[in-house]
Design a protein around this ligand. Sequence first.
Ligand SMILES: C[S@@+](CC[C@H](N)C(=O)[O-])C[C@H]1O[C@@H](n2cnc3c(N)ncnc32)[C@H](O)[C@@H]1O
Length: 360
Amino acid sequence: MCHDVRTPEDALAARLIQSTIGALELYGIHLGKELGLYAVLRSRGAMSPSDLARTAGIAPRYAREWLEQQAVAGLLHADTSSAPADERTFSLPEAHVNVLVTEDHPAHLAPLAQMVAGIGGALERVGRAYRTGDGVAYPHFGAAFRSGQAGINRPAFVRDLVSRWIPAAADLHAALTSRPLRVADVGCGAGWSTQAMARAFPLAEVMGFDSDVASVDDARRNAADAGVPVQFEVRDATTLADVGPFDLVLVLEALHDMARPLEALQAIRGALLPGGSVIVADENVGEHFHAPAGELERLMYGWSIVHCLPVSLAEQPSAGIGTVIRPDIVRALATEAGFGGAEVLPVDGGFFRLYRLRVD
Ligand SMILES: C[S@@+](CC[C@H](N)C(=O)[O-])C[C@H]1O[C@@H](n2cnc3c(N)ncnc32)[C@H](O)[C@@H]1O
């Protein structure tokens, strides 16, 4: 299909075609991740449809269509000789391995496809919520979304959180490496950040808390598989003071999802030991609304309209922040919760801006 881009109408039409192709290709990536197809191709090398079907445990006709689609999309390499379709072989280019397969690698962005697929499964509910003003609770976005959410932040948590973000608060890093601090990871999801903290700072006692039961199950399983001795508990952030005290509380990409972020920060403040601090990582969006805007704002508003805002509105009353949590919102919440403001840490957090909240 070819569109000559001559007018704004043509440009928009061409953009929609590209977006549709992109969305469909994300679904293909989602299937490749969920069914372990990329992992099999990575470990076995070039495969025919019947090889892939047998090894991955999928039906041969689907294996052939998926392989051909992936090759047409340039994600896999195809042997394009005149071999019959069932004998043609397909392989995963080395340059695509980290993006599609290697879970700890900074380039591993395939989990975005799982997030989009999870949202697709909840979209009817989201549409209904737009009419009623209700929310859509996190569990409705399913295992695919949870897995994508966990996977997309995992590389940053296992690497940057402990090697760059925490060291940007030099006194905190020094304390973690010299004393047995009590650390809470609030809104821990699948617990990759909790595990990373426990591994990097073996003196610390690290606990993960999340209000979502399935996420805490995932976190416990992931930690058990890795043999990392961390504890997880289903707990709403607004009740953290009941299980304190802590020297350090982490809130990593979770504050904007909370229906009652102010009450959560007040409870966190109530759970802190004297001299304790809070590290908040949340979206690295601009200081002010402007439109049209660049990719980061488009991405964050994209998540907001179909996931984060409906999730936060599922509990009432709700602050209804949405994904686009601007720095002045974080500062205002921190001040109102009794902290001495929210200092932005001098570190490049990629999609995240890192804040440190202290008690004066
Ligand atoms: C965007 S996810 C981030 C999870 C994890 N920190 C990560 O970055 O992968 C937000 C998490 O916050 C949790 N959450 C939302 N509101 C919460 C609350 N009031 N108390 C505890 N956890 C909450 C959700 O269940 C979800 O796991």
